[in-house]
Design a protein around this ligand. Structure first.
Ligand SMILES: [Zn+2]
Length: 79
């Protein structure tokens, strides 16, 4: 699924996609309770929102600074 050598942006993108998926499932129903957990304050959704916020912030900073400096050599790379 996910390769062992992802860039920071790729890791952030995967976290964001996962968090959004979680938030789609753990959304409040018509009664205001989480559709999955059936609680008023869904801990899973709270964590997903935190992950989403942090991952977007890290991605934004990483993108704003551009490709940061010289790339480190990948020790696993083969010719
Ligand atoms: Zn939930």
């Amino acid at each position: 699924m996910t390769g062992p050598f992802l860039s920071l942006t790729q890791v952030c993108n995967r976290l964001i996609l996962t968090a959004r998926r979680v938030l789609r499932d753990h959304r409040p129903g018509s009664d205001g309770r989480c559709l999955v957990c059936r609680t008023w304050t869904c801990a899973v959704a709270t964590i997903a929102r935190d992950v989403l916020r942090i991952a977007e912030e890290v991605r934004r900073r990483n993108t704003a600074t551009g490709p940061a400096g010289p790339e480190r050599d990948d020790p696993q790379r083969t010719r």
